[in-house]
Design a protein around this ligand. Structure first.
Ligand code: DP6
Length: 360
């Protein structure tokens, strides 16, 4: 498939007004996407667990204009209140996708969006937010083209979400989503995420992710700036190769349920992501002292308990603590007793693997 497959031909139906609502989850990358080319093409393939509780709900009310507008016409409400500051991001998104959704200037849209997690939690909402928006727009396109197949709907939703925010293309479905061309993963594409197509051991089916909110402040480095740092980065080529190799290794790990190797790959990916930021120009340290305290506690606990509790990080100080269902009691006791003290105001979010976005 190429991007041309997502340019629609003439629509067979008309719709004057309506409303669509989608709830779309966040996701947590196991192999990280960090670095991109033109048009939101990832520099390396990535894979993530789709989450469940951390989600964005977005409604789009649409009303046909008397004539096609010269610019996009939309209002944006975040948690019930007009949010002007979010509008430029949506305008950029609309500009990027207009070629694939030629009806965008034919309507006025009222976009109402809210997150299940606190706005200032330091949890990125771009994956859940952009995927919910992309799905809503696809539901409108389906009104205009009722014959559209479900498989195409999902692919194009992921394709559009990617143009909003790369990681958002991994939030349409669950529970393990791969994005980016990889020689040993059939059907993989730089254009959209796919359900991981190979055997996955049951131990990976009910994974938990407890998100420790170490620093709820504004992101120190936006993802756009962060991805840009990988251009001319001295270690970029090795890093991109490493992501390919880690995905190859994960094939066996997922099939066999090899938790030891899983932990090693996931933690190494998180630390490599941060190492890339520490070794770019300009350089950044995005961990906080409490991030390191937590990492050390996790390592000590894993050693003493013989469990497989591990961590991963995004481009910030918060820590995602990952553990299988069978270890949940022990892991949760440990988190409460030893890790919550390092969270800002003791705050954390309990999440787990989820199965993708839902139409409401
Ligand atoms: C560290 O998807 O937020 O979370 O495409 O610029 O919107 P943009 O970037 P974004 O980057 C996410 C980076 C990451 C790793 C990951 O989710 O794979």
């Amino acid at each position: 498939m190429t991007d041309k497959n997502f340019v629609p031909s003439v629509y067979s139906n008309e719709t004057n007004e309506g409303k669509v609502t989608f709830k779309s989850p966040s996701n947590i990358a196991l192999v990280k996407y960090w670095g991109k080319k033109e048009s939101q093409i990832p520099a390396n393939p990535s894979i993530s667990f789709t989450l469940d509780a951390c989600a964005t709900t977005t409604s789009i009310s649409y009303k046909k204009l008397k004539e096609k507008g010269s610019s996009f016409s939309f209002d944006l409400l975040f948690e019930g209140k007009p949010m002007e500051s979010f509008k430029p991001k949506i305008t950029t998104f609309f500009e990027r996708i207009e070629n694939y959704l030629p009806f965008l200037k034919d309507y006025n849209f009222t976009i109402e969006t809210s997150n299940s997690f606190p706005h200032s939690s330091g949890i990125a909402s771009s994956a859940s937010g952009m995927s919910a928006l992309a799905l809503g727009l696809m539901a409108i396109e389906k009104e205009l083209n009722p014959e559209m197949e479900q498989e195409y709907f999902i692919k194009k939703a992921s394709f559009l979400a990617r143009l909003g925010s790369g990681s958002a293309c991994r939030s349409i479905e669950g529970d393990l989503i791969q994005w980016g061309k990889h020689g040993e993963i059939d059907g993989s594409s730089d254009l959209y995420g796919i359900k991981y197509p190979y055997e996955v051991h049951s131990v990976f089916k009910n994974y938990h992710d407890t998100i420790l909110l170490v620093d709820k402040g504004q992101k120190q480095v936006s993802s756009t700036v962060g991805h840009d740092l990988m251009h001319n980065h001295p270690f970029a080529i090795n890093r991109f190769d490493q992501a390919h190799r880690n995905l190859t290794k994960l094939k066996k790990v997922f099939a066999e349920g090899d938790l030891k190797s899983f932990v090693e790959i996931v933690e190494s990916e998180a630390l490599t992501l941060h190492a890339m930021m520490m070794t770019s120009l300009p350089y950044f340290v995005l961990m906080k002292p409490n991030t390191l305290e937590i990492i050390n506690k996790i390592w000590a606990f894993r050693e003493s308990s013989g469990t497989n509790v591990c961590f991963t990080l995004d481009a910030g100080a918060n820590v995602h603590v990952l553990y299988p269902e069978a270890e949940k009691e022990e892991a949760f006791q440990f988190i409460k007793n030893e890790l919550v003290a390092f969270c800002e105001n003791g705050q954390y979010l309990c999440d787990r693997i989820g199965f993708g976005a839902k139409k409401l």
